[in-house]
Write a protein that binds this ligand. Structure first.
Ligand code: NAD
Ligand code: ZN
Length: 360
């Protein structure tokens, strides 16, 4: 038995307004006046001076707005890296990603691909990255994915949706400023928040559970129940706690694994482009046989916040399309092994998955 030697984010700031410390935090990391910092920021913040005016651009620094309408693609990473390399005189001093899971993953992947040859496609998988990434900083503006602490950056490539999992992927610095989440639309708050809740359920109910992931998972699970089912929190406390729940939920799966909802949601995402948060909710809604208590509370959360889950997503799909989703879901073997156990293949058959997808 060999235990994972898990890399953690070495530096983190937490606090409302802490985003204003970013310039003083990164400036000592500037390699030269010709080596810029590249800020990658969700284009939802275009024209939002309360945030963008606090980013101080010096020398050759660049601010690049990026849409998070679609999940990140390997081709998008390759194009960004080329743009950054061609526009600068020297290799950048660092990449700063500001946004949700989408922007955080893009920042991680770009920082890796600046020092590694070829296409991001070549590095999807486990421990394929050869050279350390350049300095990279994550600033989440919505809470739930755990992308701010994780060892992966999830990309859709030519043939698959799979992360670049490596010791060089985690951020060198994270700035957790819950105030940045203040304008998140309610539905999105719920969907991305449920990603965290589902991480907890899948890790706590999984066969890979151990004291390390349980300690983080139980804390995040309790925080989610408080945030989504109770009424006593102020809006600010709610934002603060969800940001910490996301962090702990991410730490919990880092040392275990996710489960059925994630495996099936990857299938939806690959075929239909369904985004991670909402896709997880669409699937989880039908998983009471696997996670009875988790799904029961999830339904309470849905009705408390008047959230509608899209229905009929799979009603018009062909057999071939079902097969594609089933292939993607079944290929994620560690997720099934965590969820069901070593003999998962006995119960998780193609027809079982098809009947589940048909409900969605
Ligand atoms: P997201 O980054 O796609 O953002 C969702 C929406 O919220 C977007 O429309 C965005 O513009 C908007 N938004 C973000 N912050 C806002 C703010 N402060 N105010 C107003 N609007 C705001 O969503 P997400 O759910 O955080 O991330 C999903 C992505 O994360 C997927 O691509 C998924 O694959 C990835 N992911 C990665 C990991 C990991 O460990 N690397 C884990 C889970 C998910
Ligand atoms: Zn997730």
């Amino acid at each position: 038995m060999s235990y994972k030697n898990f890399p953690m984010v070495p530096r983190v700031v937490f606090g409302r307004g802490s985003f204003s410390q970013m310039n003083e935090i990164i400036e000592p990391k500037r390699l030269s006046i010709k080596a810029p910092f590249i800020f990658l920021i969700d284009d939802v913040f275009k024209g939002k001076a309360w945030l963008t005016s606090r980013i101080k651009l010096s020398y050759e620094d660049q601010l690049i707005y990026i849409s998070s309408k679609e999940e990140p693609k390997t081709s998008q990473i390759d194009a960004l890296v080329e743009q950054i390399i061609l526009s600068g005189k020297e290799r950048p001093s660092g990449i700063i990603g500001i946004g949700g899971g989408t922007l955080l993953d893009i920042a991680k992947a770009v920082s890796i691909m600046i020092t590694n040859k070829g296409s991001a496609n070549d590095y999807q998988g486990w421990d394929l990255v050869k050279n350390p990434a350049i300095y990279h900083v994550g600033v989440p503006t919505i809470s739930g994915t755990g992308a701010e602490v994780s060892r992966t950056t999830v990309l859709t490539g030519v043939a698959r949706k799979l992360g670049i999992n490596s010791d060089y992927t985690p951020f060198d610095q994270v700035i957790l400023d819950p105030e940045l989440t203040k304008n998140v639309p309610k539905n999105q708050w719920f969907y991305t928040g449920m990603d965290c809740y589902i991480h907890c359920v899948e890790s706590l109910q999984g066969t890979y559970l151990n004291a390390f992931s349980q300690a983080y998972g139980e804390k995040a699970y309790d925080l989610c129940k408080e945030i989504f089912l109770e009424d006593h929190l102020s809006l600010e406390e709610n934002q603060n706690k969800l940001m910490m729940a996301s962090w702990h939920g991410g730490m919990s799966i880092a040392y275990s694994q996710v489960g059925v909802a994630h495996a099936m949601s990857y299938g939806l995402s690959f075929l239909l482009g369904t985004k991670h948060g909402i896709g997880n909710c669409i699937v989880f809604n039908h998983l009471d046989e696997f996670y009875p208590e988790g799904v029961r509370l999830f339904k309470q959360m849905l009705s408390k916040h008047n959230i509608e889950i899209p229905q009929g997503l799979c009603s018009e799909l062909s057999d071939g399309e079902f097969d594609t989703m089933i292939d993607v879901a079944l290929s994620l073997e560690p997720l099934w092994e965590n969820a069901i156990g070593k003999d998962w293949q006995k119960t998780i058959t193609r027809s079982k998955l098809k009947s589940l997808y048909q409900k969605m």
